[in-house]
Design a protein around this ligand. Structure first.
Ligand code: G3P
Length: 219
């Protein structure tokens, strides 16, 4: 995965579900191609297959379970997610938290099947703890800023520097409230390797314009 990167989490927004998810993912691909920069989308499990077969940028699942082939009805089997075309998986998002033992096993299972791992943490300290399980990237997001209008870059820049200090350069994404190229630029200038965001794109009237603006901060 090329860094720095912009990963957009589609969550369960209506604008980013089903056919609309595919349309939105194609806009990300277009911006990635036009700018030559690294973009990825993180979509609902049921949308992974339809999107991954149609676009060339990395597609992440929003979650997997550390189960094995066999008797695990209703769980998300890592092998099945890989076969569906996922490049990687998000884990432990603030809206889909898992206990530490399950997280550790999920990272191991993801690695076994070749899924890239981005693990979310609520604080830099929690991020440093999770780093012991060696995920590919750790996304630090202060929960109180998620979905809001004030970005982590503006409201809590110290979270970015602390995260990079504790976790290490080349390993940290930041997120929560990120909406503009200025937010992205500040995050990168403070040492982050990219941003994870959602509503800035999924609620935008013109996602293409927002993505182009976000991209300016990566240059
Ligand atoms: O996964 C990204 C997310 O939690 C941040 O959401 O809407 O604040 O960009 P948002």
């Amino acid at each position: 995965m090329n860094l720095p990167t912009i990963i957009v989490n589609f969550k369960t927004y209506e604008s980013a579900t089903g056919d609309k998810a595919l349309k939105l993912a194609k806009i990300h691909e277009k911006v990635a191609q036009e700018t030559g920069l690294s973009f990825a989308v993180c979509v609902q499990s049921v949308d992974v297959y339809r999107i991954a077969r149609e676009i060339s940028i990395p597609v992440f699942a929003q979650h997997i379970d550390p189960v094995m082939y066999g008797s695990a009805t209703g769980h998300i089997l890592p092998e099945a997610m890989k076969a569906a075309g996922a490049f990687g998986t998000l884990l432990n998002h603030a809206e889909r938290q898992i206990d530490e033992e399950t997280l550790k096993k999920s990272i191991e299972r993801a690695k076994e099947v070749g899924l890239y791992t981005v693990v979310c943490a609520n604080t830099p300290e929690m991020g440093a703890r999770i780093a012991n399980y060696d995920p590919d990237l750790i996304a630090v997001e202060p929960p109180e800023l998620i979905g809001g209008d004030i970005s982590v870059s503006n409201a809590r820049p110290e979270i970015i520097t602390e995260s990079v200090d504790l976790i290490g350069k080349g390993k940290v994404l930041v997120g929560a409230g990120v909406k503009t190229g200025e937010d992205t630029k500040k995050a990168i200038s403070l040492g982050a390797s990219g941003v994870l965001l959602a509503s800035g794109v999924t609620k935008a009237d013109d996602p293409y314009a927002v993505l182009l603006d976000l991209a300016k901060g990566l240059r």
